[in-house]
Design a protein around this ligand. Structure first.
Ligand code: FAD
Length: 338
């Protein structure tokens, strides 16, 4: 008998991962996803989906390492299984290169990707403007396949789906016992969190099937990520920019910078351009609070603000959100906060 009604707001990679974790782990919960947009229309759908991250400054390093490792191991198991092509998850090897030697030569995730090492002088010769580089094998998780695959897994676990924009969490709290907020940038409006802001990203999809290895400039502005049906090249990181239209100047800039790193791209046919708004936040929010609704304290778990690393941290943060749901079901609520 499913006696606890759980609702997850959001169907990007964070919401779907969280909903699957809860539906598969807590048999006494009936789980519903409510979202305004589903795949293929979420921000997650257009992400390059490479597992890689920069550090959030005020979140303990061990937490971020756990989130990265849990996501990496979860996706590695998929990449190593017969589900890999359906889920769009596979290993990807390549380089991160730097014009100046970075202060931190060993990023927090370096022990969790495969074969992390500094590049040799011979490898670096391909990039005459760069002084230092790291070679490693990570995972590419193509959300245009992975989200539908997760959605199927959610339905198989008994989950339900509603297409709707949520405007009032108090109203939702009258129908559900636990609410989980995975609305990404939408949290700016849904929970009036002004700390969440857009970081606009534009990428191009090109036909360049001869490219097999990724290249990322350490400044995060130029990258080439070979995928299943095309190569994603980018990018931009425009803070507080809400424009969803493709910008021609950005397209030209991306082409120019990427061709400098990989001259063969000059011959690549551009098959599309895409813009997405990363849910920026100084620190992602993974937190439990309570809504006071007609004398009931309804748990509200937040899981949003993953910035440019939502795919990378999705499973790890979903497991922590699951932990907060469990905690809320067994603890006595403190005095209501809202
Ligand atoms: P979203 O995917 O935006 O999903 C939010 C969900 O909430 C949607 O379903 C939306 O409809 C719903 N929602 C919002 N408000 C409401 C409401 N009021 N009512 C109902 N539903 C609501 N990350 C990586 O890890 N690796 C990469 O290589 C990578 N590359 C990227 C490249 C680009 C160009 C961009 C733009 C992003 C990239 N990212 C990457 C970042 C990644 O895309 C995000 O971190 C991730 O998509 C965030 O997922 P999310 O589920 O929180 O948000």
């Amino acid at each position: 008998m499913k006696r606890v009604r759980v609702v997850v707001v959001g169907a990007g990679v964070v919401g779907l991962s969280t909903a699957v974790c809860i539906a598969e782990t807590l048999p006494y919960c009936s789980v519903t996803i409510i979202a305004e947009k589903f795949s293929p229309d979420t921000t997650s759908d257009g992400a390059a989906g490479i597992l890689f991250a920069s550090e959030f400054h005020d979140i303990p390093r061990e937490w971020q390492q756990r989130w990265f490792k849990e996501t990496f191991d979860h996706l590695l198991a998929i990449a190593d299984s017969s589900q890999a092509s359906d889920a769009g998850v596979f290993l990807s090897s390549g380089y991160q290169i730097f014009k100046d030697v970075p202060w931190d030569k060993k990023p927090f995730w370096s022990d969790f990707v495969l074969g992390f090492r500094n590049m040799t002088d011979r490898e670096l010769k391909r990039f005459p403007e760069h002084k230092f580089g790291q070679a490693f094998t990570t995972i590419k998780c193509e959300c245009s396949s992975y989200l539908p695959w997760l959605g199927k897994r959610f339905i198989e676990a008994g989950g339900q789906i509603h297409h709707e924009k949520v405007t009032d969490l108090q109203k939702l709290a009258q129908m559900y016992d636990v609410i989980i907020n995975c609305s990404g940038l939408g949290s700016r409006f849904l929970v009036k969190d002004e700390e969440v802001y857009p970081i606009r990203g534009q990428v191009l999809k090109v036909n360049a099937s001869w490219l097999k290895n990724f290249i990322r400039d350490g400044d995060g502005m130029t990258y080439i990520y070979p995928g299943i049906s095309h190569v994603t090249i980018g990018g931009t990181r425009q803070v507080d920019d809400w424009r969803l239209e493709v910008d021609t100047a950005d397209t030209e800039g991306i082409m120019e910078r990427c061709s400098q790193l990989e001259p063969s791209l000059i011959k690549a046919q551009v098959i599309g351009a895409w813009v997405g708004l990363r849910p920026g936040r100084a620190n992602l929010r993974l937190e439990l609070e309570y809504l006071n609704v007609q004398g009931r304290h309804v748990p509200l778990v937040h899981n949003y603000g993953h910035g440019g690393w939502g795919v990378t941290l999705s499973w790890g943060t979903a497991l922590d959100a699951l932990g907060l749901v469990r905690q809320s079901l067994f603890e006595k609520p403190p005095s209501a906060k809202l």
